[in-house]
Design a protein around this ligand. Structure first.
Ligand code: AMP
Ligand code: MG
Length: 499
């Protein structure tokens, strides 16, 4: 592997308190590295609340020293920045060495709730893992990750968080020249299925990695034995299967399409990570794909639970040597745990759908849910608007639903559903509004905001950020953010990965 660049990077104390448990225990999975020079840094957006939760403050982070750390131009004093190595299955094909090709782990901080988190930069320059890439990122996609991850957090979906985006003043070549940018993000960790896929090839390190992940994310399992029936690695696999089943159910309930569910983008913590070509559904369509690189529809909206289970099978394979010393016993043990994915997923999804429809979660009429989905697909009904329109229907306002699905088609379904909530219509409508968002980052709005930001006007981005981070709070002046894109927009809309 290449050595760290010769020129010493500046250090400063804008962010303090870094720890480096990952590097201390698993340094072999990292390369000490530093960010590229930043010609002309400008802080575009800063998450002040998140900064405070990290024991920092907005004024310090807005200072020259703060921006130098957030852009990768300076390293925080006493930190040990590294590029992390990992492998992964990308679109089903195995890549033996990926790693942070344009990112740096600055280190770990313990937040004000006592939670250990990673502070990580994306777009900070080439590393030994850059392969053919330039190591940089550009303003549009970094602001997209900022906006969508903060929207996901406001929706209550486990996710990495965005701390800042700094424009670097570097001209980056994509389809033409684009302004360079660095995103600073905070994550429960950057351990992924791909980290285990790399570690399994390095023998000894696998159990160290698994024990590290258990201690960091599933500390309740640390006391379990290392071997034999009920060992902690079996319990670890079970725990990751459960959190990921829950996560993908949340995506499916919210109409979120991740777009690039490679195993290197599947976390051990259960957080959503890497907002590349992601998008939210407008019209409900299980086959919806927005990513320009997903030609086969592998990561289509409706495929996400299946793909996630496939990724977990890769995780289970990597853990096999730990699950049982007898390979003939390890495989059935792993298979049995993977087999629980469907039940966990179904349980989370049904409960979530019940809440969206104001039904009792313990006794969900699955046929009722499925028939609604069929009607929505037939009429290309807007995912987000339909659930709000159903609540309005219970309050006696028929117009919103009439705009989505013809009454003659949805009539029999409505009669059955209304029967299930009879006598508690108003309470049900209010409960539905508490779980069904009004505002999501609609693709045309995101596109418009990122284009303006790339041209130097941040106002549409700031406004959209304000709206989507208050997804349930109806405000009259935000009415335009509830409307879907014009059909012509969606027919041609594509998002681009890694740009
Ligand atoms: P992602 O799709 O962002 O999760 O990235 C997949 C892999 O490609 C990771 O190993 C990234 O570090 C790498 N990568 C993406 N974009 C670039 C780039 N511009 N330069 C170098 N590596 C990159
Ligand atoms: Mg990634």
């Amino acid at each position: 592997m290449a050595a760290i660049p010769d020129s010493p990077v500046e250090t400063n104390t804008a962010v303090c308190g870094f720890e480096s448990t990952f590097v201390d225990e698993l340094g072999v999975l990292t390369v000490a590295w530093q960010g590229a020079e930043v010609p002309d840094p400008t802080l575009l957006v800063l998450n002040e609340q998140l900064a405070t939760s990290l024991g920092s403050d907005a004024a310090t982070l807005r200072s020259d020293d703060g921006v130098a750390v957030l852009s990768g131009a300076a390293a925080p004093a006493e930190s040990q920045p590294v590029a992390m190595a990992y492998a992964g299955h990308q679109f089903g094909g195995y890549a033996p060495l990926l790693g942070d090709g344009r990112a740096l782990l600055l280190g770990e901080l313990v937040d004000t709730d006592g939670r250990r988190v990673d502070l990580h930069l994306k777009g900070s320059g080439p590393t030994p893992f850059s392969r053919g890439g330039d190591g940089f990122a550009v303003v549009g996609p970094m602001l997209r990750e900022y906006l969508v991850s903060e929207a996901m957090s406001a929706l209550g979906i486990p996710t990495t968080r965005a701390l800042s985006v700094v424009a670097t003043g570097r001209a980056v070549h994509r389809n033409g020249v684009e302004p360079g940018a660095v995103l600073a993000r905070v994550a429960a960790s950057h351990l992924r299925v791909g980290t285990f896929e790399l570690a399994v090839r390095q023998g000894e390190i696998l159990s160290t990695l698994a024990d590290y992940a258990i201690a960091r994310h599933y500390p309740e399992l640390t006391e379990l034995p290392a071997e034999g029936e009920g060992n902690r690695y079996l319990a670890f696999l079970e725990a990751v299967v459960e959190v990921q089943a829950s996560l993908v159910a949340r995506w499916m309930l919210t109409g979120f399409v991740h777009g690039v569910m490679n195993t290197d983008n599947t976390t051990i913590s259960g957080e959503t990570i890497d907002y590349g070509p992601c998008a939210f559904l407008d019209a409900y369509d299980p086959a919806a794909v927005f990513s320009s690189i997903d030609q086969s529809g592998r990561y289509a909206f409706g495929n996400q639970p299946t793909v996630l289970k496939w990724n977990l099978a890769r995780f289970a394979e990597a853990l096999l040597p730990l699950l049982d010393s007898d390979p003939n016993a390890a495989i059935p043990a792993a298979t049995a745990i993977l087999g629980t994915f469907d039940e966990h997923y179904e349980n989370h999804y049904s409960h979530g759908m019940a809440a969206k429809l104001g039904l009792n979660g313990d006794d969900v009429d699955r046929a009722l849910v499925d028939e609604l989905l069929t009607l929505m697909a037939e009429h290309a009904a807007d995912w987000t608007a339909t659930f709000r329109a159903l609540a309005d229907e219970l309050r006696g306002h028929a117009t919103p639903l009439d705009h989505l699905v013809p009454r003659e088609d949805i009539g029999p379904w409505l009669t059955r559903w209304r029967g299930a909530v009879e006598g508690r219509e108003h309470d049900t409508a209010d409960a539905m509004d508490r779980v069904n968002p009004l505002y999501i980052p609609r693709n045309h709005r995101v596109d418009e905001a990122l284009r303006a930001a790339t041209d130097g006007d941040l106002a549409p981005f700031q406004k959209l950020l304000e709206v989507v981070t208050h997804p349930f709070e109806r405000r009259d002046e935000w009415a335009e953010y509830t409307t879907p894109a014009p059909r012509e927009f969606n027919d041609t809309f594509r998002t681009f990965c890694g740009t």
